[in-house]
Design a protein around this ligand. Sequence first.
Ligand SMILES: *Cc1c(COP(=O)(O)O)cnc(C)c1O
Length: 396
Amino acid sequence: MKNDPSTRIFDLLQFGEYGDVNPSVCDSATFTFMQAKTMLETFQGEAEGCFLYSRHWNPSNKYLADALAVMEGTESAWVTASGMAAITCAILQICSSGDHIVSSQTIYGGSFAFLFNYVKKFNIGVTFVDITNHEEVRNAIGPNTKMIYTETMTNPLLQISDIPALAAIAHERDIKLVVDNTFTPMIVAPYQHGADVVVYSMTKFINGKNDCVAGAICASKDFIDSLSNVNDGTAMLLGPALDPLRSSGILKNLHTLHIRMKQHSKNADYLARKFREYNIKINYPGLEDHRGHETLKRMMNPEFGFGGLITIDMGTAERAARLMEKMEHAGVGYLAVSLGYFKTLFSNSGKSTSSEVPEEIQRDMGLSDGLVRFSVGLDHDIETTWIKIKQCIDQM
Ligand SMILES: *Cc1c(COP(=O)(O)O)cnc(C)c1O
């Protein structure tokens, strides 16, 4: 029997009050009570199963949150209107004025901008480190540090965070490890490896349709309850509630995630090996000589492969732009930001999703001007996709 949390989701039976196999969409902002006392108890968090107001909890959002908690093996989860809402709420729930964060230097551009530019307002300090250098991580932790922040597979350099090792470092100092697992749902379940809080942009692989933005936070019941506390919960008070209509759509898509992840990984692995044979500088954690290959292997559920993201280096931003335009016209996929879509998406990270990172820091972290990130799609015939890509390269 397969028994990792990611596959336990398939045992989950959730149906609506009429036996509707897709639980009904609850499109109500508020909920009525037959007795005033129950409302009071709900406000105090003491009435199990009662809903109050949809910024707090909504039944449709709870179905999705419960499914995500099963997938991650966490006690609880919370869904948000975007990945950034999940990230910022999780961080601000843990950190107060005067606190300090140790963060991976290579992370999603929006997360970087939040930590680099925004948390200053709250007098929260951040030290950016090479997350694969554990000595550097350890040395960056001070008396007021509250968390280590990283991504399982970092954007866009595809470095692999050693989650068990980072959890050990964090817990030694009694601080939290917060992990963005957007690139590797099902492949890695960070909570099972010691992360305290797992955040997602569901906009990407989890939903996989590019028809909405959404996010999630998976953690202990205590942490999720604190986020949704009516008096001081960050998610409750900042209010990035997900539309229940959207969460019901995402829940349906979540149930095909396992098939999609396998296909994304299979196609990415195929292209990575072809790029390498063709002497293009390629980065894919599935390649045996990738620096994080062994680390990822130790954490991953091998059924789902090494993920759908690969990067190549075209040397300069101009060459990257030219190749991407050719690939767009050849029908390889779309020149677009984002990832985890059924079509292949490609973009030049330095000039797009990592443009928030100042150029000198981009250079410092090894982000080349010519880096093209591919989110490889679900192509049925990846061999033909490669032929198209190869023709584009040959025309350069
Ligand atoms: C896209 C992304 C985010 C932000 O999510 P949104 O849903 O766009 O707010 C955060 N982290 C990673 C790794 C991402 O790829």
